[in-house]
Ligand binder design. Structure first.
Ligand code: MG
Length: 262
């Protein structure tokens, strides 16, 4: 792995799409989800960090040179809220770990789920719900269309057992990212979503760059022509940023702007 400061103009001359992970790469990591249910009503609270206005401004400037893609496990609605000012021309929002892509006014579902897959997902959710009140680590489900995201205070073995019980053909992944479990079919991931976006735009996958920090980013970093990691200890890429966490994304933006202005 090379340092991101070693990146030269000739290394990125062919790049047409730059794809950013969100949590821990463009915004500070850490989400609190709280669901309070009474007999009459339910209150769902989501608390996350903001995208800094400084980084937003730089990312808007970066659109002069590249198509900017944002790829996250978050819902499309949430990403639209955070990155609204970056839309719509030359910007794509890939949500729910590659299930949806919002691009130039169209929300594309990258695969239609069949009855069998939907049934497995429903059975998993029904069984996970039974853990509430029984396991102290159980948090709340984050509102998503298809991706199952269960926030938890600690990794829970029962989650893996429940997925295994319903997923007879081992088609699903269960990723624990330190604050939540993500469960979805393995064939849909940030790597395939980046490939789909490139295909849609008629761009060779080699002409893409992607930056991430977590286990769900590895497919995207591997698929991209140039892969960048902000956490080289856990995620491997061609380059690593020296600024850690959410400042890593900003370091890449700064370097790309700098090289393009030269
Ligand atoms: Mg992340």
């Amino acid at each position: 792995m090379k340092k991101i400061t070693d990146l030269r103009k000739e290394d990125i001359e062919h790049i047409e799409i730059v794809c950013f992970d969100v949590d821990g790469v463009t915004i500070k990591k850490g989400t609190e989800i709280k669901e309070v249910r009474t007999l009459d009503d339910t209150t769902l609270t989501v608390k996350t960090s903001n995208l800094s206005p400084r980084l937003l401004k730089k990312m808007i400037e970066l659109k002069k040179y590249y198509v900017i893609a944002i790829s996250s496990g978050r819902s499309s609605l949430y990403l639209t809220k955070i990155f609204y000012e970056l839309l719509w021309k030359n910007a794509a929002l890939i949500s729910e770990i590659g299930i949806f892509t919002l691009f130039e006014g169209e929300l594309i579902q990258n695969e239609k789920f069949d009855d069998e897959t939907l049934g497995i997902m429903r059975n998993i959710v029904v069984d996970l719900k039974k853990l509430e009140g029984k396991n102290k680590s159980f948090g709340s489900f984050e509102a998503k269309q298809f991706l199952i995201t269960l926030h938890a205070y600690d990794e829970m073995q029962e989650v893996y057992d429940i997925v295994k019980k319903h997923d007879k053909n081992n088609q699903f992944y269960t990723i624990w990212n330190g604050e939540a479990f993500d469960i979805a079919p393995k064939r849909l991931n940030k790597g395939t979503a980046l490939e789909n976006l490139a295909k849609y735009l008629n761009i060779d996958i080699k002409n893409t760059m992607a930056i991430g920090n977590g286990p769900n980013d590895q497919d995207m970093i591997d698929a991209a022509g140039i892969g960048v990691t902000t956490e080289p200890k856990n995620v491997k890429g061609d380059y690593y940023t020296e600024s850690l966490g959410h400042l890593g994304g900003e370091q890449l933006v700064d370097i790309l702007l700098d090289i393009n202005k030269k």
